[in-house]
Design a binder for this molecule. Structure first.
Ligand SMILES: NC(=O)c1ccc[n+]([C@@H]2O[C@H](COP(=O)([O-])OP(=O)(O)OC[C@H]3O[C@@H](n4cnc5c(N)ncnc54)[C@H](OP(=O)(O)O)[C@@H]3O)[C@@H](O)[C@H]2O)c1
Length: 304
């Protein structure tokens, strides 16, 4: 059975990739930051490597003996992520170090999760690093798949807490459209692409929504008594120059949001799950988690 090494396995998408890879019988090993993180993946594999992916020396020979690498590694765009590492550090430098190791170890296949339209917004750090790594991968000589989603459902989960507090807002009219994809559908595409030859796949969800509609689905589900608010584009934009000087990582995230909220980003449509059903399920799971601590203490699965 082919030996697969997965980076970013503790992330929203990586976890689903681990699930699909296990179901499809791959011999799966995951790379995690610390051992506690590996425990979150115990349902899918008990083979893990603990490594600091920001330290090139910690990656030496990490790909030895593996046939396939999947990288769903990336700095989070969540405003709740306050880690010091930059998009450059994680998405470009760490992934490049992994790629160099993969070449040295004669890995046969490298699947990388990039971002839809990354080539269009090279002035924005988030997209530039995704694009540059994809270009390096294409030149590496390793058989590659580059997966390009516009957004994944779980990327919106932070908004649940904002909606509960009545702090969910639309930037501008919220009339631009996108089709986020369910992470399990996307994970299926990532694993299926192992058997493709040098593929670039843009993958969105089945249903197209306006940004406002996505926010309203969340607001209605978690607290219909409260309403989403509107922030004019100029107000949001006016914060960017100050952030750029004093909080570079936050600036890079806000500049990313500003760009994607101002244009339609619609990728080829796959999958069945609808955003409204996913939010309903996640919100109920979160509520149940909060109400039933004994389940968690007893080790019962909390989010399935
Ligand atoms: N979310 C979206 O809507 C979306 C849309 C388009 C493209 N993408 C791309 O798809 C990929 C996966 O996205 P995702 O939403 O699954 O991301 P995620 O949930 O934020 O997961 C990112 C993964 O990278 C790891 N990571 C981040 N910084 C790290 C560091 N300093 N050291 C070690 N590990 C680190 C995380 O580990 P920890 O669990 O230890 O933090 C996690 O396993 C990323 O490249 C992302 O840019 C995402």
């Amino acid at each position: 059975m082919a030996k697969l090494l997965l980076f970013g396995a503790t992330g929203n998408l990586g976890r689903e990739i681990a699930k699909v890879a296990k179901l499809q019988g791959y011999d799966l090993t995951v790379v995690v930051r610390n051992e506690n993180k590996a425990k979150q993946l115990a349902d899918f594999t008990n083979k893990f490597i603990v490594a600091d992916i920001t330290d090139a020396r910690a990656l030496t020979n990490i790909c030895d003996g593996f046939d396939i690498i999947i990288s769903a590694l990336g700095k989070s765009v969540s405003p709740n992520d306050d880690s010091k590492a930059s998009f450059q550090d994680i998405d470009l430098v760490a992934n490049s170090n992994i790629l160099n190791e993969a070449k040295k170890s004669n890995v046969k296949k490298f699947v990388y999760v990039s971002a839809f339209h990354s080539e269009k917004y090279l002035h924005l750090e988030y997209f530039r690093v995704h694009h540059e790594f994809a270009e390096l991968l294409k030149l590496s000589g390793i058989n590659y798949s580059i997966i390009k989603p516009p957004a994944i459902f779980s990327g919106f989960l932070d908004l649940i807490e904002m909606a509960k507090k009545g702090r969910l807002f639309n930037i501008g009219k919220g009339d631009k459209k996108t089709n986020p994809v369910y992470e399990l559908d996307l994970a299926g595409e990532c694993v299926a692409s192992i058997n493709e030859e040098n593929a670039i796949k843009e993958i969105g969800g089945r249903t197209i929504y306006t940004r406002r509609a996505l926010n309203e689905i969340i607001q209605k589900e978690v607290c219909s008594a409260k309403k989403t608010k509107n922030i004019p584009v100029w107000l949001f934009k006016s914060s960017l120059p100050i952030l750029k000087v004093f909080k570079r990582n936050t600036y890079d995230k806000f500049a990313f949001f500003m760009a994607v909220l101002q244009e339609d980003t619609i990728a080829p449509q796959v999958g069945e799950m609808k955003f409204e059903d996913h939010i309903k399920m996640k919100n109920r799971n979160q509520t149940t988690k909060n109400m039933e601590p004994t389940n968690r203490l007893a080790g019962l699965p909390a989010d399935e």
